[in-house]
Design a protein around this ligand. Sequence first.
Ligand code: 13P
Length: 250
Amino acid sequence: MRKKLIAGNWKMFKKLGESQALAREIAAAAGSHGKVELLVCPTYTSLASVAETLKGSPVKVGAQDLHWEEQGAFTGKISWDMIKDAGADYVIIGHSEQRTYFHETDETVNKKTRTALKGKLVPIICVGETLAQRDANQTLDIVSNQTRKAFEGIPKADAAVCVIAYEPVWAIGTGRNATPEQAQEVHAMIRKLVSGLYDSGVADGMRILYGGSMKPENAKSLLSLADIDGGLIGGASLKADSFLAIAAAS
Ligand code: 13P
């Protein structure tokens, strides 16, 4: 049985005090959500203080990206070691905003995934098609390509700890979520693909999250599907009420 993971991606929102306050509010209610795992991914500048705030609570902390190198002259970047040092256990990799605005490619997603795994961070690997690709009936091809490339050269034991987030680009921040049928179709395809790449044990254990305009109103219909193991939530994760309502819906 896969434990559901409800993850908040705070993107470039919330200053230090605001991040701590939100973390405190979520932690205060976390005890009543024992059946799901809660995770928050604040900005780098809030990472350490949110981790400190959440110490002793079941709520986990993740970063929103990392560099694949250990250290060096890479202005603006952050390493797995620094993320661990700040108290985080997860890292989002290959978010579509990184792919669209910051030159993230399938190759850099693969490098980052290997580095995260080496550093014992749990990668949340994001995949998803654009609207034009969906309209051209390319969704399954695009997503399977992205997934296959992310796992290239990654051994089974490492793959087994990864989380995948299916985030259709057209659903992110638009208020237009994938229908449960659309999401389930892609999630089932990803699980089958992982089974082919590794085996059914890895596939059955892998958590595949949905992301893209998930809200308290649509969470239940998405999270009750066989292959949807949680959510990666943007907008609705910025308020404790809506984030926790999604957790309750699962
Ligand atoms: P929204 O929930 O705001 O659509 O964002 C989804 C997302 O990008 C999470 O990573």
